[in-house]
Write a protein that binds this ligand. Sequence first.
Ligand code: FAD
Ligand code: NAP
Length: 325
Amino acid sequence: MATHHTRMLIIGSGPAGLSAAIYGARAAMEPIVVQGLQPGGQLTITTDVENYPGFRDVVQGPWLMEEMQAQAEHVGTRMMWDTITDIDIAGGSPFRAVGDSGDEYIGETLVIATGAQAKWLGVPGEQELGGKGVSACATCDGFFYRGKKVAVIGGGNTAVEEALYLTNHSDDVTLIHRRDELRSERILQERVFGNDKISTLWNKTVERFIGDPLQGGLTALELNDTVTGEVSTFPVEGAFVAIGHAPATGLFKGKLEMDDSGYLTVEPGTPKTAIPGVFACGDVMDHTYRQAVTAAGTGCMAALDAERFLATLEFAKKEAREAAE
Ligand code: FAD
Ligand code: NAP
């Protein structure tokens, strides 16, 4: 067990955390990034990224995150293979966090960039058949369904991208959505509607995942038609749940303000939480935009504000010392 001290402790290694680290390191704050269970964050579970500025051609999510990490380390960031399990912020700076490893992290400022996690439907069979036909990541698991009939549940960008990705492995992909209109960007919708490997089932909710986890896994979905109320069985070997993400804020319950959906609350237009010296950036505080570039942008803002906070704190300490002399 070790204790690590830093002027800027960053929890999370997605675009928000790594951008904060790049700015923090360049401001001589010697940041520590605690990476968590998903080093590189959500973009490591996707393939093509076409909208991150600076690249004329499509880049791969995992590659982009490796580059961000390399840049952060190059300018002096320390990356830690650990997950924060407890945090003490009520007493103000310095803040103390404890990792799964037992190590302790003391940060004069704290940047929370814990992002978001995939949501599940919470219906019977989903948990039992997880990894046996039910998944939340086509790019991770799509390969296992080569040549099989698969379904994607959801209507946002993630669902549409998952469906498109799955056509690399399957000629029979069905997108199942609870409404009759997709939420995803128009350009992605056009790709789905123009792809003859993808069918759509509108106004359907999945009520149950059917199959035996010990024998063959998922075999079908029980569907409910939201318009007619008709219940049907849809045979399928793989189902990808892509209904969005929930902010990873369990660690901060009762310690920081959150909105009704669990997103951290910040002073509007800034990454400042109600506790001076604690900043939140990226998807953990943004339920509207949730993009890599906005996460990176707010990560930058968090680092700049952390630097200002420390400068003010140091100035106040200096004045107090001088007054005492
Ligand atoms: P995340 O990327 O979610 O990273 C969170 C980090 O926090 C992770 O490293 C995790 O390990 C860490 N963490 C969590 N809890 C702890 C803890 N207790 N201790 C330590 N670490 C912890 N956006 C785009 O702009 N373009 C795209 O093409 C695009 N494609 C996407 C495809 C998919 C499949 C998904 C799911 C999202 C996509 N997005 C895309 C959205 C984009 O990935 C997110 O907006 C972005 O990753 C958010 O960055 P973040 O740093 O806030 O959080
Ligand atoms: P999202 O935009 O919140 O969409 C979630 C979808 O799942 C919606 O269509 C929603 O239906 C449906 N849904 C939610 N709960 C459901 C339930 N219980 N049962 C059935 N369906 C349910 O989430 P996302 O697609 O994961 O995207 C998250 C963010 O990441 C977005 O900001 C997105 O732009 C971004 N992202 C960007 C890209 C890209 O730029 N290429 C790629 C992926 C993700 P309703 O429509 O009826 O609400």
